[in-house]
Design a protein around this ligand. Structure first.
Ligand SMILES: CC(=O)SCCNC(=O)CCNC(=O)[C@H](O)C(C)(C)COP(=O)(O)OP(=O)(O)OC[C@H]1O[C@@H](n2cnc3c(N)ncnc32)[C@H](O)[C@@H]1OP(=O)(O)O
Length: 411
């Protein structure tokens, strides 16, 4: 079985294998090929070939990942991972991913990222769940919000806009979001083109949604929402469901105003929020937070540290302190003992010979590095080891962030 990067003539066969792995119709259209040709980096797109048949796929690309404190680091984002059902459990994923991670380390990527289809797949490769999402379904008539609401009281306003305004203001809003929230991954221009119907993903049907901006009292865009609604009536009463496709807000007043707007649109009986940060303001904005029912709560972005000193030195910390971490990593790149000298304005992290405070597998560091997770819980679960009493509590105080990390994007 040959694991190798693909070339352009391999593309139709590679797409067929990808679609097979994801249980989509294996038919490959010209549109599909053209879309992939424009988006994949052939040097980082791998296939497994059994004679001429492609039976495994994996690709990666460069991504900026935001950290606590607002800095971003370069990560190798892994996607489109499949092994055909005829060839599963023979180590093919391990071979493809092993090659990709080695190259990522050699390139100088600080970490690798992915969104895991199933929880048990990636822990063995050093990934840990670093961000979580919650989705709510809101029963609009139970919220207790005043139905006479006619706009934000802060002096700002919500404006319905066209796709060109989204392309104009969206990227800057997203960059501001990344600077204030860890776990946000960069959005390429293509993302905005797809969201506004300028570029179609061949596997997805696109209908034009509604776009609205929140404008501050001074007229500055501080938030954006993209949403769509179905058309459902029940005994002459409108019972439409509104689904949020994207909502980013860079100030609390924008976040409050956009939710308030969505939850008071006439005819809407239910709002589906999409995957939000678990500490989204939404439920507590409502006079009756129980109107928001959690429909999904799950791990989302997984992080695999590759360069521990650079990863930990690039973020900031809630308090000042030092910590010696002994990181275990059988596959290699992240293993070592590191002294972290951390503070609210920045940090230093370097290999050390000092005795460790905590011993932890690389995947657990991945789970903690963006500010989520609890070192104390992981110690209680036996997944990290305290080498000194109280070390897990100290690590928790340092590593945790006030707002939880959140990755709004699928890739
Ligand atoms: C980032 C993304 O793209 S996520 C999308 C992942 N892809 C999918 O879920 C599509 C459907 N599934 C598949 O294509 C395949 O089953 C894959 C890619 C998940 C796994 O590929 P395989 O080649 O079978 O994995 P491989 O043989 O290298 O497995 C290595 C180990 O992981 C385990 N493993 C792999 N997949 C799973 C799983 N879904 N659940 C539990 N364990 C798993 C194997 O049992 C094996 O364990 P072992 O070393 O103890 O024997």
């Amino acid at each position: 079985m040959d694991v190798r990067t693909i070339t352009e003539p391999d593309l139709p066969e590679w797409i067929r294998a990808l679609r097979t792995g994801f249980l989509a119709s294996p038919e490959v259209s010209e549109e599909d090929i053209a879309f992939r040709r424009a988006t994949v980096d052939f040097r980082r797109t791998r296939g497994v070939f059994d004679d001429d048949r492609c039976v495994g796929t994996l690709r990666s690309f460069t991504q900026q990942l935001s950290l606590p404190g607002g800095a971003s680091v370069t990560a190798g984002a892994v996607s489109n991972v499949t092994v055909s059902p005829t060839h599963r459990r023979r180590g093919l994923l391990g071979r493809m991913l092993g090659e990709d991670l080695r190259e990522a380390r050699d390139r100088g990527d600080v970490a690798a990222t992915l969104i895991a289809a199933e929880y048990p797949i990636y822990g063995r490769y050093g990934f840990g769940p670093a961000t979580w999402v919650t989705e709510w379904e809101v029963d609009v008539h139970r919220t207790g919000l005043d139905r006479r609401y006619s706009g934000p009281s802060c002096g700002g306003r919500v404006a319905l806009v066209e796709g060109d305004a989204v392309r104009k203001h969206g990227p800057a809003l997203h960059r501001r979001l990344a600077a204030s929230r860890p776990g946000v991954v960069g959005r390429p221009e293509r993302w905005w083109l797809q969201a506004t119907g300028q570029l179609h993903h061949p596997a997805r049907t696109w209908t034009r949604p509604f776009y609205a901006l929140y404008l501050s009292p001074g007229g500055e865009p501080e938030g954006l929402v993209v949403y769509a609604a179905d058309d459902r009536w029940d005994a002459k009463r409108p019972r439409n469901t509104l689904t949020v496709r994207d909502l980013i807000a860079v100030t609390p007043r924008a976040e409050r105003a956009l939710w308030h707007y969505l939850l008071t649109i006439d005819w809407v009986g239910t709002v589906r929020t999409g995957y939000r940060a678990p500490d989204d303001l939404l439920p507590d904005l409502l006079p009756d937070p129980r109107a928001a029912r959690v429909t999904t709560h799950a791990d989302y972005l997984w992080v695999r540290p590759l360069d521990v000193p650079r990863l930990l030195a690039a973020r900031t910390y809630a308090t000042t302190g030092t910590l010696v971490l002994a990181v275990t990593d059988p596959a290699g790149p992240a293993a070592g003992r590191f002294l972290l000298d951390a503070g609210p304005d920045g940090a230093h992290c370097a290999p050390t010979n000092r005795e460790a405070d905590l011993t932890l597998p690389v995947g657990e560091l991945g789970a903690l590095c963006l500010g989520d997770g609890s070192a104390v819980r992981l110690a209680a679960l036996g997944r990290i080891t305290e080498e000194r009493p109280g070390a897990a509590a100290r690590a928790e105080l340092l590593l945790r962030t006030a707002r939880r990390p959140w990755c709004p994007d699928e890739f």
